[in-house]
Design a protein around this ligand. Structure first.
Ligand code: BG6
Length: 521
């Protein structure tokens, strides 16, 4: 299914593109009338169809509790696809919608699954689909176990049936539990009915082009890996800053907070990619082994907090403020949020990775909602030069070299270094060498769901989290979750529209460092 293409148009870059096109697939989407399906899943599938990457043998059966006919659901899907950023031409949209069907049902009722099976047989036959069934869970997490149990005990899964004609896969959206015990219980239910090789846990950050580029950058270039260690790197900062607030998701978010919503998954996955050892191949298991190994090496949080050592993880909650000149309400005043909520909307932490490569190099991670600017970046600061030749002119210290991965919204990479400026004999300036995706590749980045959907249809688990990768992150965070849940303290407030707040800054100041400003590079 893979096609290999040498891109002819960019002489300076010999591009080797290996793109996967989807094999025949029948998809069943649980939660089909929900927000995520409308905003991400349907537009991404329609776009894959427009790009010619969806197989002709494809069909989708949406399932949820709402009552729709096939026609009504297609109309809903068409509106969702048309509202998404990319325009799909009408002929392609119509072709895609022809493959979309709908069935309403109660997820707890075994009869629903019997109806899904017979409907699926019918539409598979109609579209000549010879391949895999993909069960996609886009429902509130409290329904996961019910659906997985029912799928498993119906003939839709048939894990232990050696005669099983249809292979099937399970795709699960985050959150994967809300602590170690619930994550382990969910993994237990999944493994009762599905083999790990059939399971695709989505972390949409791993589908972002620029996140995938971390691995290519590190392991397809010879010059960075020799300096990628404690001998040369002073510290690493990983930031996910959002301008959005809790929006219409207070019911979920107020029980989760930034540590469960962003830190346990997106932040720690990016840390793993930046810091892991080189895998032996670009193979899903080899990469996932290295990520888990790295996460296991993260020094546990000490929650018997020693005031002398300073806290290594802090939280905040947004208060009222202004974003882009518009007033923004306090978190506690958002619709659906408890007026005395202690939920954090910002987390900042200092982590250490206890292995030979990273011993004593701090990794500073922060993520927050309602900040001044949307920005996701990874900043690697190198150590200062050991000796300055320019002390006689007052330059005892040179600014360090900084490598920045801009993940979004201005995708790119920059390297900061010192150079001679024209003019007097000693005239030194700091320069940034920048590569921006849009200058070279133009246009917008493909939506991460396109990559992830293609990969789960193709059976490539590289960008999906394995069960042990989930459990190791919850294990790391458990002491923090327990300490915060016992505390009566309200998280300190930061005004909406801030760039940071004193407790988060203090983490770095205690080490004689500072955050690199939002998109400072
Ligand atoms: C989701 C979180 O996983 O990621 C949201 O649940 C957050 O709260 C979103 O807004 C951020 O994703 P992105 O791709 O916009 O950075």
């Amino acid at each position: 299914m893979a096609t290999r293409e040498i891109h002819p148009s960019l002489a300076a870059l010999d591009m080797v593109c290996v793109e996967t096109s989807a094999p025949p697939t029948a998809m069943v989407v649980f939660g089909a009338s929900g927000d995520l399906v409308q905003r991400k899943l349907l537009p991404s599938l329609a776009e894959l169809h427009r790009r010619g990457l969806l197989n002709d043998q494809f069909c989708l059966l949406g399932c949820s509790r709402s009552e729709y006919s096939d026609e009504q659901y297609r109309k809903l899907a068409a509106e969702a696809i048309q509202q998404s950023a990319r325009a799909v031409p009408p002929d392609k949209l119509a072709e895609f919608l022809d493959k979309v069907y709908y069935l309403s049902g109660d997820y707890a009722d075994p009869a629903t699954y019997a109806r899904i099976e017979s409907r699926l047989m019918e539409i598979r036959r109609k579209h000549g689909v010879s391949g895999c069934n993909l069960y996609y869970l886009s429902v509130p997490p409290l329904l996961y176990e019910t659906i997985i149990e029912r799928l498993g005990s119906s003939s839709l899964s048939r894990r232990n049936d050696p005669q099983c004609r249809l292979k099937c896969r399970l795709v699960v959206e985050k959150p994967f539990g809300r602590d170690l015990a619930t994550a382990a219980a969910l993994n237990g239910t999944i493994s009762k009915w599905f083999d790990e090789s059939q399971v695709y846990r989505i972390d949409h950050y791993l589908g972002k082009e620029t996140v995938q580029n971390i691995m290519i950058f590190r392991f397809a270039n010879a010059i960075f890996e020799p300096v990628w260690n404690r001998n040369h790197i002073d510290n690493v900062q990983i930031t996910i800053a959002e301008t959005l607030g809790v929006e219409h998701r207070a019911g979920y978010y107020d029980k989760s907070g930034a540590i469960r919503d962003m830190f346990q998954n997106h932040m720690l996955q990016m840390l793993a990619l930046v810091a892991m050892e080189p895998p032996t191949s670009f193979d899903a298991e080899a990469i996932r082994d290295e990520k888990v190994k790295l996460l296991r090496a993260v020094r546990p949080f000490n929650c018997q907090w020693d005031p002398q050592a300073g806290r290594s993880i802090v939280r905040g909650q947004y208060g009222a403020g202004t974003i882009h000149g518009r007033p923004a309400p306090a978190y506690r005043d958002e619709e659906g949020v408890a007026p005395d909520s202690k939920t954090e909307t910002y987390v900042a932490a200092r982590l250490y990775v206890d292995n030979w490569r990273w011993k004593d190099v701090p990794f500073y991670l922060r993520t927050g909602k309602r900040l001044a600017k949307k920005n996701t970046e990874i900043i690697v600061t190198f150590k200062e030069i050991p000796h300055s030749l320019f002390g006689s002119v007052g330059l005892d210290h040179m600014p360090p070299n900084i490598l920045a991965f801009q993940i979004q919204p201005e995708e790119g990479i920059s390297l900061r270094f010192q150079a001679k400026r024209p003019g007097s004999k000693i005239c030194i300036g700091t320069l940034d060498m920048k590569f921006r995706y849009k200058d070279i590749f133009g246009g917008e980045m493909p939506e991460s769901y396109q990559r992830l959907l293609l990969d789960c249809m193709a059976g490539d688990q590289t960008l999906f989290t394995r069960f042990d990768g989930i459990e190791v992150t919850w294990k790391l965070l458990m002491p923090v979750l327990e300490a915060w849940s016992k505390s009566d303290e309200r998280p300190p407030e930061y005004p909406a529209g801030s760039e940071s707040f004193p407790q988060a800054d203090a983490l770095l100041e205690a080490d004689g460092r500072q955050w690199h400003g939002l998109a400072a590079m």
